[in-house]
Write a protein that binds this ligand. Structure first.
Ligand code: NAI
Length: 296
């Protein structure tokens, strides 16, 4: 059995990277988070500390001393860096969680490919890009895969482990074992657009918008239907507003560009209009629904 992953480098300390780093540190790994400037590092650190306090309160309800020890010990395993090359020189696994842009991801992976140790596994947390496309700039495709987490990472139980044809069994097994060590339930998926969850969810949102556009039913009725008729915890429009209409459009546009013949991925005028009007959902106070200011 190959040596387990102990040292982890998370590149990008935004929404997802912070969560991944936190959970990895909580479960005993030594973690380095790489960011682009001091501001971003501060933001990531604060976010992780606040989230850790919440986790500690839950885990150690009536034991404040234990809660404090837990936070302290977790933080002692967490490091930050602005020096990308230095941050990967002694790592077992790199998890990339930078912005969803293929050129930037290429630049990043080609930079670290020549400096990371030979055994280091590279993984991307991309939601909508192809792992094969991202891996194409490296010389370690056998040590490359996807580790797709869900937001918020400390809460969501699922981890999608993505294999490209070149991913070796050893790499796949190490990635899966690491996911389990983080307390996640792992599933395996090929490198297909959206993997499992987003490949089913994004077209569901798209079809719901198309229904609304045709006037088949109101947004409220479609949401009620899916909650009461299919036991979904949120209706498609509630979910679209939560995810952000810009994000849904961005994912659909990327897939449409790559697979122009797939009907489900084609642009939807109503979604385009909402995005153009700045009605992105919960984060802007209006999407398919209106929200009180300060909801988020
Ligand atoms: P975010 O915008 O919150 O964070 C991205 C972070 O990366 C920023 O803090 C930025 O400063 C940093 N960054 C950018 N370029 C960098 C570089 N060259 N080196 C180091 N840091 C760099 O984005 P978010 O939402 O965390 O998404 C990150 C990735 O995770 C994307 O690929 C996205 O598709 C994926 N993802 C997002 C999910 C979500 O619900 N937001 C869910 C699952 C995956």
């Amino acid at each position: 059995m190959a040596a387990a992953i102990k040292n982890v480098t998370v590149i990008g300390g935004g929404l997802m990277g912070s969560g991944i780093a936190q959970v990895a540190a909580q479960t005993g790994h030594r973690v380095t988070v790489v960011e682009v400037n001091e501001n971003a590092i501060e933001k990531a650190k604060n976010g992780i500390q606040n989230s850790l306090q919440r986790v500690a309160k839950k885990l150690y309800k009536d034991k404040p001393a234990d809660a404090e020890t837990f936070v302290k010990e977790t933080l002692s395993r967490l490091h930050t860096s602005l020096d990308l090359k230095d941050a990967v020189k002694d790592t077992d696994l790199v998890v990339e969680a930078i912005v969803e842009n293929l050129d930037l991801k290429h630049k990043l992976f080609s930079t670290i490919d020549s400096v990371a140790p030979n055994h280091t596994i590279f993984a991307s947390n991309t939601s909508s890009l192809s792992i094969q496309d991202i891996a194409s700039v490296t010389k370690r495709k056998d040590r490359f895969g996807g580790l797709h987490f869900f937001n918020p990472v400390p809460v969501m139980k699922l981890l999608e482990v993505i294999r490209i044809p070149e991913t070796s069994d050893e790499t796949y097994e190490k990635m899966t074992a690491w996911g389990k060590a983080l307390g996640k339930t792992t599933i395996t998926c090929k490198d297909t657009p959206g993997f499992v969850v987003n490949r089913l969810l994004v077209p569901l949102l798209a079809e719901a918008v198309r229904m609304l556009e045709r006037g088949d039913a109101t947004a409220r009725d479609i949401d009620t239907a899916m909650k009461l008729g299919a036991s979904h915890p949120m209706g498609p429009f509630e979910l679209a507003d939560y995810v952000g209409n810009d994000t849904t459009k961005f994912i659909l546009d990327g897939w449409h560009q790559k697979y122009p013949d797939v009907e489900l991925f084609k642009p939807i005028p109503l979604l385009t209009k909402l995005v153009e009007e700045g009605k992105l959902g919960l984060k802007t106070g209006e999407g398919f629904y209106k929200y009180d200011k300060g909801t988020k």
